[in-house]
Every structure is written in structure tokens, then in C-alpha cells.
Design a binder for this molecule. Sequence first.
Ligand code: NAD
Length: 341
Amino acid sequence: MRKIRVGIIGCGSITKHRHFPEYMAHSQAEIVAVCDLNEDRAKGYAEKAGAKVYTSYQELLSDSSIDAVSVNLPNALHAPVSIQALKAGKHVLCEKPMATSIEEANEMIQTAEQEGKTLMIGHNQRFVASHELARNYIKEGKLGRVYSFRTAFGHGGPEGWSADGRDSWFFEKDQAFIGAMGDLGVHKSDLIRYIFDQDVKEVGGFVDTLAKEDASVDDNAVCIVKLMDGTMGTLTASWSHNEFGDNATVIYGEKGVLRLEDDEDYSFIFYPVEGIPEKKDLGKIQTNEEGGQTSSGVIDEFVESLIEDRAPLVTGEEGKKALHIVLAALESSKTKRIISI
Ligand SMILES: NC(=O)c1ccc[n+]([C@@H]2O[C@H](COP(=O)([O-])OP(=O)(O)OC[C@H]3O[C@@H](n4cnc5c(N)ncnc54)[C@H](O)[C@@H]3O)[C@@H](O)[C@H]2O)c1
């Protein structure tokens, strides 16, 4: 079978750590083109993959031999570039948050449908082993009625991650549209919908800039979230969890407590009300530092969904629902009201 011919648009850190190595490792994918405004950055990958270099994504999209693209660009470019790519006949794997508004997200979804192409969003938290197991435990009733949860994603900020360090687009509202809540909060927004297998009903949030003096976007968010069945929890996103990052989720149920990515040795711990604790080391969650889980699962899922001609696990609709939670948190922070979704 012919391999999926992939173009990567944006050759910054997410390409370096996830998309490039994971496409390279996939036996049924082939990177044939890479694009970045910074030509030298793109050239390094092109040499390793034997791919063509572009500095214009429009030119890359006009290459009819490319089947699919990764859109790994600053957030404000996600929707316009994904829509152009879909119209050019490419399947699209777009990084998160998928868009800057529900209108943009809808246009991406509709364009994919009209063109008969796949649109997947890069929400990798679903593919983390502890999260998948937690979802199964809840589905099987091992926690009984779930009452509440807390989930958090925090690190020291994108200056320690972005290819452009302190000068990164991540801090500029016109390119990023949103800060920590969109960068990290959207991951946990997707995760809670996935783990509990239900939608979010209401959101209240404080979304502010406390730590990054020159940023025109938020760097800290603390939200309260209510699910459709009444389960309630907190969702925290931060770019100022300095030195000691957080990626934990704790779930409190009638029959016990689940601690996910909340212990140095065990990624999954279940404390039943009756019986002995179950502790599992399922491999570490991905972090911005070296040593995290090596594969995000996202690229494998994208390539395999194309080969198997099926919908990917994280469709545009799923990405839109995570984005909606983030936008509700912003609106709540601004209006001082609880927002119904
Ligand atoms: N799924 C995850 O866990 C995860 C983690 C980090 C980042 N991301 C997402 O990945 C995307 C990219 O983030 P990053 O961390 O790689 O950023 P980055 O700053 O490291 O890299 C962005 C790259 O895009 C290039 N670029 C900007 N505008 C361009 C244009 N018009 N044409 C071509 N290239 C252009 C820049 O030159 C830079 O090399 C963002 O949406 C981010 O939210 C996802």
C-alpha cells in the first residue's frame, strides 16, 4: 500500500518533539515536505527526511502529491491554514486549540465535510495510558457515582519550550489569541470530556495575567466546571508553575479515589473505599522536559485513521467542544458570571 505523503507546516518545538519523530517512525507515513518562515529551521528536517523545503505554506499546499498536512503554527493561523489545506484536498491534523472562535471551528468542520477530508485535532491527553484506564474504570462503575474532580496543567511557560524562546508568538495576543488557558487548559478541557464521557454544562473562571509582564495574553486560569450529570470539579492552567510542573487529575467517587499522574512512582492509583490500593506504573505522561512518554499517540491515530478510512478519535467536533469550554472560561472571567454551554 502507498504511504501517506505528509507535509508539515511549522517547524517549531511540537514538530521537533512529536510530529517529526512520530511520522518518521511510522511505517505507513512519509514526510515529503516541510515549511517554516525560518528556512534554516525547515532545512534541518528536510535533510533528515529527504523532503522538500517551503517557506510559504500556500506553495506547499499547491503540491498535489501531498495527501495530508500537520498544521503546527501559532494558534491564530490554525483555522485559516487548515481551511486552505482542506480546500486544496489535504487531510489535516491541526494542533490545539483548533481555532479562535466557534465560528472558525464550524467553518473548519464544514470544509472538511464538503471536501470529504479528515480533520483531526492534536489533543494528546486522551492517548495517555492512565487517562484511558481511568475512563474504563469509570465506565465499568468501579468508582460508583463520581462526585467531583480536580485537574491541572502547569509549567514555567512557553519561553522554555517555543523555538523562539522569550520572543515567542505564544505571548502575543494577535498570534496566540489566548495564553495558558488555551495552551494548557484546552488539553484538560478535552480530557475531562473524554474521561467522564460526557459534555460540560457550566463553566466559571478567573483567567488573568499574573506572571508574564510583557504578555498580552493570560498566564493563569482557575475554573470551576460542572458536567451534564452534575459532577463538579476544578480545572487549573498555568504558565507560572515554576520548577515543579503539574499534570495531575484526581477523581473522587462513591467507591474510591483515582489519582492520575499525581505520584512520582505511579501514574495511576486507585484507592477503593474497601480493599487495598491499586498502584500502576503505566509510563510517564509527556512533559516539555526530556524523559516523558515518547509517543503522543496523535500521529499514529491520524495516519491509521487515514489508512483505515475511518474518523479519528479526536474529530473537529471534539476539538470544538474543548475550545467551547475555554471560551466559556474567558467569558466568565470577563462578565463575572457562570456560563452555560
Ligand atoms: N499537543 C501538544 O501537546 C502541544 C504542545 C506544544 C505546542 N502545541 C501547539 O503546536 C503549535 C505550534 O507550537 P510550537 O510549540 O511548535 O511553537 P514554536 O514557537 O516552537 O514554533 C512555531 C513555528 O511556526 C513558524 N511559523 C510561524 N508563522 C508561520 C507561517 N506563517 N508559515 C510558516 N511557519 C510559520 C515559526 O517560525 C516557528 O518555527 C501551537 O498551536 C501549539 O499550541 C501543541
